[in-house]
Ligand binder design. Structure first.
Ligand code: ASP
Ligand code: CP
Length: 330
């Protein structure tokens, strides 16, 4: 007698979570926000939304059971590293954590291409943070498994920009028509480089407010001008605060400065306080990728417009969605 063999489950577009190996992101790297269209964003945020509901309803479920993530961090991280870990574990998968490459064979001189080719023998996807621009692209050149860029020096932080945009959507209901003001270190801050590029897909106005030595790199401004994004630069917040819908505050990236005195001269350039919030719109949000080191006073945390802690939580759902997508399960 032939044993009963259950039918192989086919892709079912009506199931949000299943085997979707023809899905657009299956097996893909996530290296830069430049790879996304608006349609991609709708898809990612749709899945992230489902993830949020599932986490709130059941907490953990086995969509990625048996899958392994290698978390490879050459730079410090709290949120990105632990939210990817949590995302993988909430989906039933597991994690190889290399959060301190000092204790790995990197300290013996092993190259990035060799390190990722090692990890992909043991893992299905690699999340990489590295101090050099283009490190994720280099890793992706050598790895056969998907590489997710978790920050490449002053380059990009694409998963942060996705969670930032998801935050704006969840908090304000739409992106089109908004005025987004980016404040602080726009030169070295990789999160604003990615976010500005992503916002260029929408009908928004972007203001850049920074000390002169920390202005948004001119090549990014030129790139986004080509795409028709309205952008203006300012040295103070005063003029743009009353019309701002999203105030995106950033940390001055001390670790990127060659001259410590230059850092000292700008480290306290902008501090958001309750007084600042009095001059802001009633319906607006304050965001920050975090960590903060004084650029938003703690007293602001009580203000319902302070969205930065909620923003971190949205990061979990977006990263769950990304992992499920690149592993062909969403
Ligand atoms: N955590 C973010 C990053 O790694 C922002 C920051 O560190 O200021 O880019
Ligand atoms: N926002 C962010 O990337 O935080 P971590 O540096 O703590 O990962």
């Amino acid at each position: 007698m032939t044993a009963f063999v259950p039918p192989v489950r086919q892709d079912n577009p009506y199931l949000p979570f299943g085997d979707h190996r023809n899905a657009p992101f299956y097996g893909k790297d996530i290296l830069s926000v430049r790879q996304f269209s608006r349609q991609d964003l709708d898809y990612i945020f749709g899945v992230a939304h489902e993830m949020r509901e599932m986490v709130q309803r059941v907490g953990t479920f086995d969509l990625l059971k048996g899958k392994i993530l290698a978390n490879l961090f050459y730079e410090p991280s709290t949120r990105t590293s632990s939210s990817f870990t949590s995302a993988m574990e909430r989906l039933g998968g597991s994690v190889i954590p290399i959060n301190e490459v000092r204790y790995s064979s990197v300290s013996k001189g092993e190259s990035l291409p060799d390190t990722v080719r090692t990890l992909e023998c043991y893992a299905d996807v690699i999340v990489l943070r590295h101090p050099e621009v283009g490190a994720s692209a280099l890793a992706a050149k050598y790895a056969k498994k998907p590489i997710i860029n978790a920050g490449d020096g002053v380059g990009e932080h694409p998963t942060q920009a996705l969670l930032d945009l998801f935050t704006i959507l969840e908090e304000l209901g739409q992106v089109d028509g908004l005025t987004v003001t980016m404040l602080g270190d726009l030169k070295y801050g990789r999160t604003v480089h990615s976010l500005a590029r992503l916002l260029a897909l929408f009908r928004v106005k972007v203001n850049y407010v920074s000390p002169d030595i920390l202005r948004m790199p001119p090549e990014i401004i030129a790139e986004l001008k080509e795409l028709g994004l309205p952008q203006d630069e300012y040295l103070t917040l005063d003029d743009v605060l009353p019309t701002t819908d999203v105030l995106y505050v950033t940390r001055v990236q001390k670790e990127r400065f060659e001259d410590p005195q230059a850092y000292e001269s700008v480290k306290n350039a902008f501090i958001i306080t309750t007084e600042t919030m009095r001059r802001a719109r009633e319906r607006m949000i304050v965001m920050h990728p975090l960590p903060r080191v004084g650029e938003i006073a703690m007293e602001v945390d009580e203000d319902p417009r302070a969205a930065y802690f909620r923003q971190m939580e949205y990061g979990l759902y977006v990263r769950m969605a990304l992992l499920a997508m690149v592993l062909g399960k969403a």
